[in-house]
Design a protein around this ligand. Structure first.
Ligand SMILES: O=P(O)(O)OC[C@H]1O[C@H](O)[C@H](O)[C@@H](O)[C@@H]1O
Ligand SMILES: [Fe+2]
Length: 189
């Protein structure tokens, strides 16, 4: 039997960087169609800011193995909507995931395939259990980078399709300087 080598790394708790990890950058242009306010989107697209970065340590897809990744989600808004990650179901939909808040302020929108949504606030030290079958998207509701760790099955995969097309049934917007979770007017079952 060939055994894999264990890994020990230190996450930089200020920047979210995992040394040696694979870095993925998502700019606003990668999130076309995701935000409600298309005018605000086009305006902001002139600068095409980085919305988030992911530092991932991933294994080949196999049952029983685990991946981990940090995400640095920058502060910002498109219109009244706070910056967020794309959000996804797992390609193997019954795979669960654990998130751990490191720095900054935000939360997670979760949603069942039928469109029942939940919002969980996150800050440093928050653990979120994402149960099997729930789509999940993180949102930065603060004014500094929101940094968190995620641990997920190596064979979970990402299914972006239905979220890209329909979004979440809830939106997280700013109202009078506060984050508010409201119904998505464009949501259809
Ligand atoms: O893939 P997104 O929905 O854009 O979210 C960005 C990333 O967030 C976390 O780090 C997850 O562990 C990753 O699996 C995911 O790729
Ligand atoms: Fe996930």
């Amino acid at each position: 039997m060939e055994y894999k080598n264990p890994i020990g790394v230190n996450i930089n708790l200020e920047t979210g960087v995992i040394p040696g990890a694979k870095k993925l950058v998502r700019r606003l242009s990668d999130l076309k169609g995701y935000f409600q306010d298309e005018e605000a989107y086009s305006e902001l697209l002139k600068d095409d800011p980085v919305v988030y970065e992911v530092y991932a340590v991933e294994q080949e897809e196999s049952e029983g193995d685990l991946n981990f990744a940090t995400t640095v989600l920058y502060p910002g808004k498109v219109g009244r909507e706070f910056f967020f990650t794309k959000g996804h179901f797992h390609a193997k939909p019954d795979r669960a995931e654990i998130y751990y808040g490191i720095k900054g302020k935000g939360g997670m929108l979760l949603q069942t395939p039928e469109g029942k949504a939940e919002w969980i606030e996150m800050g440093p030290g928050t653990v979120v259990y994402v149960p099997p079958y729930w789509a999940h998207r993180t949102v930065n509701t603060g004014n500094e980078p929101f940094i968190f760790l995620a641990i997920y099955p190596a064979d979970a995969g990402h299914d972006y399709g239905s979220i890209k097309e329909k979004g979440f049934s809830k939106l997280v917007i700013e109202e009078n300087g506060e984050a508010k979770v409201v119904d998505n007017p464009r949501w259809k079952e």
